[in-house]
Design a protein around this ligand. Sequence first.
Ligand code: BDR
Ligand code: CA
Length: 306
Amino acid sequence: MIKRPIIIDTDPGIDDAVALAIALYSEELDVRLITTVAGNVDVDKVTYNALRLLKFFEKEVPVAIGANQPLIKEPIDASNVHGSTGMDGYDFDEPDYHLVVKENAVNAMYKEIINSEEPITLVPIGPLTNIALLLKLYPEIKDNIKEIVLMGGSTARGNAGVLAEFNIFADPEAAKIVFKSNLPIVMAGLDVGLQALVYPEDSEKLKTMNHTGNMIYHLFQKYRGGSMKTGLKMYDSCAIAYLLKPEMFEVADTFIDVELTGSLTTGATVVDLKGYLKQPNNAKVCTSLDPVMFKEWFLSSLQKCN
Ligand code: BDR
Ligand code: CA
């Protein structure tokens, strides 16, 4: 089987860690590069976390360090959700930094994309700073990008503002650049993230499933994206799920833009499902997922890990 080449742009992040596990052990995905971006915590911490995970998984994927701050606004973080390290809850071995390439995230993505025989799919699961810089600095690489499947945004309410989801709210200008790029975009936002839930009985299964499941079980004890009672939200796994099992999603073609100047709504994704704005469609949005299918996919995907 030809594996689909992807680049994951990430800010691990407990739910990022789970998404990375699934992607790295999938037989259908070829993770060519991992790029890091400040989001859940600063870029040094998220890079360290990505390296801790790769060492744990014994996977040799190059890592390129990206932006430590948004394009314009002041940095925010989500340490209230993921802990002060960004990935609290498990005692990982110390990684060395041999997987870190000398290029920054933008230049490393450029090199990977331009040299790839097959078009690359970008999978951003953090703020979109690196991706926006890439598209502005090297617009010529758009021809060799297959699509962007991102976790972020919402058709309804937010989790970082009344109407703003964290990854978009963290760098709204970057998100606007990405949605205006004319590339094929799939937005897997809160609409599906809030339906991708893990409960205590699933977490118990993970505990004894394998080495990775046990590590994730421990991270879950510190994760504040939801609760054990109402379900832990596997936001970032939704982007990977879309790549591997799109049939679990309901998807609509639509126009999406990002609110930058709303006095109360900055960082909101304006998803024009009814066509009020009379703009051409520029994205697909995942409007819902089948929770039963998700659960089955989630557990069977993690079963493939070491
Ligand atoms: C997003 O915000 C981050 O805290 C998560 O890792 C996810 O990417 C959910 O809004
Ligand atoms: Ca994330």
